[in-house]
Design a protein around this ligand. Structure first.
Ligand code: F6P
Length: 368
């Protein structure tokens, strides 16, 4: 009888998810003889086997993954609100509260005869995966996120595409900034990590880059804008990470709903409001938002996703559960999930990339 495994995508979508699914399904079915169950919308499809969504849970065939390599999003759907250990349900009065439905997941996986799951997700999904091992449902992790904040892998897929989109957007904003002598503030995603801001800012020649890891003051930014003006450069570009914090302050949170991460937004507007009290300038704020998560993956993300999918299918075949695939140098390796979730990856204020930016005159807001 064929061995059976499940596959799912969890957390926010990101470019390259379909590349992983395609490779894992092709390698899993054609090389290892697996039957592979596609679970809809993260673990929602295993919490409730009758979970209704456009495609729903289904046993995947290789033809289901044809023509998806270049597609953004995920053919399996995803959710960042389906942690079975903290699942949000409504009581009779319509009030929402969190409950543990992990036993339902286990029972349904057993019913389907699944030996284990390949879970493609960020740090939250890896934590969930590790907890399920103790309950008898082993998983293999594949790290994804545009935020690139997983410590155990040199890079997550999705990040390269997101940086490319942000860079192109900033290039376009520069044209208007230059034509109208404006200060353009661009808010990019990344949650508590400044990787997207730092890379996109460097790649597009931004004048200031504000990241969560380096709390900022407004004075150095205002000074930079004035200095550029006095040198004849009447415009400036300020890239602001959504998680950027003023010195002594907190990130700008839009809302915090039960069972979800806080939604960050407003960081760039806050900088703009503050700067307008220090100098007279025509300022505009652009929040790039989910544009950074959509569209066709870059060649780097397609290749990394494909390598991760292949490696995950091989690990499942070897029975090497509770491991996450990771990029280390040129190699894709497997590391225990517990190690993978130990440390998030943050921008070190004294790292080479920051030093290079500073050497080129980029302001981070912590200058004296
Ligand atoms: O983790 C990926 C990410 O895009 C973050 O950069 C961002 O803060 C968050 O997800 C947005 O989440 P949502 O799609 O729930 O608004």
């Amino acid at each position: 009888m064929a061995r059976k495994i499940g596959i799912l995508t969890g957390g926010g979508d990101c470019p390259g998810l379909n590349a992983v699914i395609r490779a894992a399904v092709k390698v899993g079915i054609e090389r290892h003889g697996f039957e592979i169950f596609g679970i809809e919308d993260a673990l929602n499809g295993l919490i409730d086997l009758d979970y209704q969504s456009p495609d729903g849970n289904r046993w995947l065939r290789t033809r289901d993954v044809h023509q998806i390599l270049a597609r953004g999003g995920t053919i399996l759907g995803t959710s960042n609100r389906s942690d079975p250990f903290r699942f949000v349900v409504k009581d009779a009065a319509g009030k929402k509260h969190e409950t543990d439905v992990s036993d339902q997941v286990i029972a349904n996986a057993k019913k389907l005869g699944l030996e284990g799951l390949i879970t493609i997700g960020g740090d939250g999904s890896m934590r969930i995966a590790h907890r399920f091992l103790a309950k008898g449902l082993p998983m293999i992790g594949v790290p994804k996120t545009i935020d690139n904040d997983l410590g155990a892998t040199d890079q997550t897929f999705g990040f390269d595409t997101a940086v490319g989109i942000a860079m192109e957007a900033i290039d376009r904003l520069r044209d208007t900034a230059e034509s109208h002598d404006r200060v353009m503030l661009v808010e990019v995603m990344g949650r508590d990590a400044g990787w997207i801001a730092l890379h996109a800012g460097l790649a597009s020649g931004a004048d200031a880059i504000l990241v969560p890891e380096i709390p900022y003051r407004l004075e150095p930014i205002a000074k930079m804008i004035e200095r550029r003006r006095s040198q004849g450069q009447k415009y400036s570009i300020v890239v602001v990470s959504e998680g950027a914090k003023p010195a002594g302050g907190e990130a700008s949170v839009l809302e915090h709903l039960p069972g979800a991460m806080p939604r960050l937004q407003g960081a760039a507007q806050r900088v703009s409001d503050g700067l307008s009290r220090l100098l007279e300038a025509d300022m505009r704020v652009t929040v790039l938002g989910h544009v950074q998560r959509g569209g066709s993956p870059s060649s780097f993300d397609r290749i990394l996703g494909t390598r991760f999918g292949h490696a995950a299918a091989d690990l499942a075949a070897a029975g090497t559960w509770d491991h996450m695939v990771a990029l280390r140098g040129d190699d894709v390796v497997a590391i225990p999930i517990v190690e993978a979730i130990r440390e998030p990856k943050r921008v070190a204020p004294d790292c080479q990339l920051v030093a290079t930016a500073r050497a080129l005159g980029v302001v981070f807001g912590d200058e004296s």
